[in-house]
Structures are given as C-alpha cells and as structure tokens.
Design a protein around this ligand. Structure first.
Ligand code: ATP
Length: 314
C-alpha cells in the first residue's frame, strides 16, 4: 500500500536556454513539469511510497514523462495511454529569476481526457493521503468530475485529502475557480494555499482570517514565500520562519516542494510546526536550484540542510 496517491497533468517542459524573449530563442532544454508529479517525486526522494497517474498521449513525450517519473521510483502503474490526444507541452521564458512566463500547449491534451472511469478505487482506498491540486479541475469537465469522484472514494475509505489550490488563471476565470476550489476545500482535511490564493478564495487578507475562513477543523497552512508559512488547526496556530536562501535561482516549484515536505512530516507524525518547518526547508532548497524537480532533496540532503541552515532575518 502507498503513503500518498496523486494524479494530474504532467507536461514536457521546454525552457529557453538564453534569457531572451521566447520568439528569439533557438535552444531549449527538455524537462518535465507538473505540480502533482513534482510532489510525488519530492515525497519519493524523502523515502515515502507514492503513486502518481495521468492520461498520457501515446507518443514520445508521453513515454518520456512516464519513464522519468517511474525512474524516480514513483509507482506509475495506473497511468493510461491514449491515441485520442497528444501529451501536453509548455515553454518557459526566463528573462530573469523573477521574470518567468510560461506558454501552454495543453488544451485538449491527453490528460484533459482523464475521466472518472479511469480511477481505481482500491488504489486510492489503500493510500494514507490523496493529494489533489486545483489545476486538474480546471482542465476539463471530465477532469473536474474525476477530482470529485476521487474525493468521494477517499472519503468513503477515510483517506486524508491534501489540497493545494494552485490557482491558474490562464485556465479559468476567477469566479469559476473560486466556486470549484471552495467546493474541493470543503472536502479537504489539509489545505495549502499561498497567501495570494487564500486572499482570492476567501476575500480576507491576513493568514489568521484566511485560515479561519476555511474552517477550524481543517489543517490550513498558508505559504508566505521567503517569510515561511502560517498554520492553523483548531486552537493550534503559529508562524514558522522561512530559511535564508543565498541565491534564488528558480522560484517555480517551491510550493510543490513545500507540500512534499509538509506531507512527509505528517506521515511521520511530527508536530505540525515541525512538518511546516520541513515544508519551508524543501521550498527553500527548491528555489535555490534550477528546474522544478531537480532540486528536490533526498532525506539525507534535507537532514543536512536542517542541521546547517540559517533562518530568514526579520
Ligand atoms: P509556486 O511558485 O511553486 O507556486 P507558491 O506560491 O505555492 O509557489 P511560495 O510561498 O512562493 O508558494 O513558496 C512555498 C514555500 O517555499 C514558502 O512557504 C517557503 O517555505 C519556501 N520559499 C519560497 N520562496 C522562498 C525564498 N525566497 N526564500 C526562502 N524560502 C522560500
């Protein structure tokens, strides 16, 4: 049985090698990008057993993604190939570490064809956590139905649901996003919004008020960038300071690394503040490395970081 099951679209990512506008870029490096597979790989590196699945195009990019994720030791046995649509791809234009744009070629992709019938009830039922992001329900109607069916399965079998809203306003309107993401949040046990996402969903603007909006019975952890994170669970609450990062190389993927660190801590039953500290540590390590998954630490690397790390100054 698996510690965590997650699913969602992973695409092939082409990053321009020069810091030029994309239309002038002629060389690209090829990687994979997908929030859920980032979390899966992060958890696997930390020593947990994880399953990730998606619908992949029956094409070279689909096979590349499958092999990459499997190569990290993640269970990919529930991945499905389709001839109906191609694997989604996207391009990253990096003008500076803080000025990064992405261009998606994912509409009607293979993953957007995921449907409730693709879910294996037993597979989810046997996991300790189901990890869901707000990207999947934005991809298509059938993807949205798949998310809600997975939630229903998790509830039926008392599998804890971790939800990262990951609001992507390129994929849907704020009104629709708010409606659907709040419906998912209502079912989740653990919610991991960024501060801006928490503001968008709740209309409130302090971490305390946002967390209360989601409900006291839920563990709500609000990501605060370099400042770290704030958590609230019943009457337990607090801020956990972020770590100092000598050089920010690539901020993308910090949130996914954070989720992996937090979930890892929860799986090991450490106190909430310690789980959040591990999330902060993985997030900080990821922003210091190029790529979304390349920087995700192994258990040894995380322990080493936690022993030697300096906290962010006030
Ligand atoms: P993403 O860009 O991946 O969507 P996010 O908006 O979900 O990220 P952030 O708050 O940017 O989330 O980052 C997640 C976590 O990573 C933070 O809570 C913090 O622990 C860590 N982190 C992010 N940026 C920095 C930084 N500059 N210095 C130290 N830690 C950071």
């Amino acid at each position: 049985t698996l510690d965590v099951v997650t699913f969602g679209e992973t695409m092939v990512l082409f990053t321009s090698e020069a810091m030029t506008p994309l239309e002038y870029s002629s060389h690209f490096s090829k990687q994979i990008g997908g929030a859920e597979s980032n979390v899966a790989i992060g958890l696997q590196r930390l020593g947990h057993s994880v399953g990730w699945f998606s619908k992949l195009g029956n094409d070279p990019f689909g096979r590349y993604i499958h092999k990459f994720v499997r190569g990290e030791g993640v269970d990919t046995s529930r991945c499905i190939y389709t001839d109906e649509a191609p694997t989604g791809i996207f391009f990253k234009e990096k003008r500076s570490p803080s000025n990064i744009k992405v261009y998606y070629y994912r509409r009607n992709s293979a993953a957007s064809l995921l449907s409730p019938d693709d879910l294996d009830e037993e597979y989810i039922a046997n996991a300790k956590f189901l990890h869901i992001t707000g990207i999947t329900p934005a991809l298509s109607t059938s993807c949205r139905e798949t998310v809600f069916k997975a939630i229903e399965i998790a509830k039926r079998h008392r599998v804890k649901i971790v939800f990262d809203p990951n609001i992507r306003l390129k994929l849907w309107t704020i009104e629709k996003a708010r409606q659907v993401l709040m419906e998912i949040a209502a079912e989740a046990d653990i919610i991991l919004p960024g501060l801006d996402e928490g503001e968008l969903l709740s209309g409130r603007n302090t971490p305390e008020d946002i967390a209360r909006f989601f409900g006291e019975e839920k563990l709500v952890i609000i990501k605060l960038g370099e400042r770290g994170a704030y958590y609230q669970f019943g009457s337990e609450e607090g801020y956990v300071k972020g770590f100092a990062v000598p050089q920010i190389v690539d901020p993308v993927g910090a949130g996914d690394g954070f989720a992996a660190g937090v979930i890892s801590g929860l799986l090991q039953n450490v106190p909430i503040s310690e789980a959040v500290r591990r999330g902060n540590a993985v997030g900080a390590i990821v922003v210091g490395t190029n790529g979304d998954v390349e920087g995700l630490p192994t258990r040894e690397e995380l322990d080493e970081f936690l022993q030697g790390a300096a906290y962010q100054r006030d």
